[in-house]
Design a protein around this ligand. Sequence first.
Ligand SMILES: CSC[C@H]1O[C@H](OP(=O)(O)O)[C@H](O)[C@@H]1O
Length: 382
Amino acid sequence: MASALISIRVEGDKIEIVDQLLLPHVTRYIEINSPEDAHDAIKTMKIRGAPAIASLASLSFSRYLTRALHQVPLPEFLATAEGIRGHVYPILDYLYTARPTAVNLGNATRRLKKLLEDLIAAKEEPKAIVDALIAEGKLVSDEDLGRNKAMAKWGGDWLINRAQPSSPKTLNVLTVCNTGSLATSGYGTALGLITYLHEVGQLDKAYFTQTTPYHQGSRLTALELKTLQIPSVMICDTMVGSLFQHFPIHAVAVGADRIARNGDTANKIGTYNAAVIAARHNIPFIVVAPISTVDLDIESGEKIPIEQRPALEACLVRGAIYPPQGDKVEQAQVMITPTGLEGIYNPSFDVTPAELITAIVTEKGVAVKKDGEKTFDLTPIV
Ligand SMILES: CSC[C@H]1O[C@H](OP(=O)(O)O)[C@H](O)[C@@H]1O
């Protein structure tokens, strides 16, 4: 199978990300030299995807501390545990302000703060504390690939067992947005499940929505599936109902940005639409996300903060001039609306009630609702 695209590249203490605003026509890696660079890249969506933004934030934090250890003279904050706490807390809090909905980012910063507090409580020396924080920041990214493959197998095997395909290469799965290697540190979440089905010879086609206005589907999922040589069909966001009426779709598999304790799930705008229509057609709706996406502090979906993206982003489309002039790719950003449009509603996410979700998959397994229940008990999978 062709090699997947890489969202974050780390060589020594050099961090680079592919600028996803330029994909699929231009692959340009940009250096991330500070937490400020990471914050900007996340906020402007040069990198996106709940796990990927948590990985980049954590890697940038580790790189910052690595560079501090090499400064001569050593920065004062490294002299005491309290100095380290006073210095790094604002950095972690700042990173978490980049985007509000994906809880992975918040879980990563809380995880690093908890490690710091545990080491202070254990009266560890400042150097040992910094070394541990550097290692943990890298681990947030390194552990992502393995858990994505675990989730893909859990969810893929669950779907195969439920669908009982009579012959190979018969399962059709719809996904929303982009949840592949560009949204994670490798293999993906919902797109990882689709990749697994392909790898075990059970997938017929991957269907995906364009996912406007950022076009994660048209630009990123299309590129990933083409790169992976997985048969796919793109549909406009408005075509989900027609697809279910006219084609045998065996499941909808989506990622998540935050899952509340009862299973209500925030994901890319348009996910709720697909869930309602899937329920109408008795098509299983599967959420695939790492445990770091579950927010047990939030009882239900009403409490999940929904990011409102800038209105202008709903008016613009990025792409390449077509037809190309020769073999030159010329990027363009096109305004599709009248200028100065007043009323624009542009939420980046919506919340799908647990009632409409058939299964939630994490790296620990698959949860389904008990008979007659409208919400999940996520205990077995967190
Ligand atoms: C595994 S990615 C999770 C999640 O992130 C995406 O949102 P965005 O592209 O705005 O970062 C989308 O909601 C994916 O499902």
